[in-house]
Ligand binder design. Sequence first.
Ligand code: SF4
Ligand code: SF4
Ligand code: FES
Length: 239
Amino acid sequence: MMSVIENTLRIDGQEIPFTPGQTIMDAALAAKLYIPHLCHYPGLSPSGNCRLCIVEIGNRSVAACITPAAASQEIHSNTPELNQARKALTQMLFVEGDHICPSCEKTGNCKLQAMAYYLGLLDDHFPPFYQRREIDASHPDILLDRRRCILCDLCVRASSEVDGKNVFAIAGRGTQAHLIVNSPSGKLVDSPIAKTDLAATICPVGAILIKEQGYQIPIGQRIYDQQTIRETGLQENIT
Ligand code: SF4
Ligand code: SF4
Ligand code: FES
């Protein structure tokens, strides 16, 4: 019988096993060690774009979700400096879009909001961008509100890797980057997306919403009324 070679690395002083091919994030989550993340989802390929998962190896900072685990790595994931950097990244995500939580359908179920609570954010710090971004309400079941999109790329990967439909893509770069719909009109209604698709439900924020479900869950019973993002982050998996 073939045996899987198992090595170990250390994260915050804890010895963690890993198998070849795993990333630092894979190994950490398998060991129930939480590293903050927004654009990573177990079962989808990593994209490494939110940078919330930065960790230190020696004097280098790397994104845990795209860095291969290697034997004897000595990793720090929870230093004041890293958490300060994560706070600044999260504040930037807030000001790049229009995030007015009390009026948002996703409030209480939103990972960006939950990350802000987890990191102890008290304000946005940076001035708001007030970018004009298009809303696509064309689909009978699904709303796309790009004003809240954090360009995490999860809907893009879910649609291509799981749904097999390739409905979404990210176009442009830097401050011009935006989510597009791969359909003849560029509208969701002309795409093959369905409300049961993973791409329609994986959005961590209130950018892709299923219509006629807003505010259905009472305050107190929403996901992050009951758990922190650390707890949900340790439980998630597509399969
Ligand atoms: Fe707040 Fe999340 Fe809605 Fe943005 S998407 S307004 S962070 S609840
Ligand atoms: Fe991520 Fe949602 Fe934007 Fe898609 S719509 S890139 S899932 S934030
Ligand atoms: Fe690693 Fe987003 S979770 S870069």
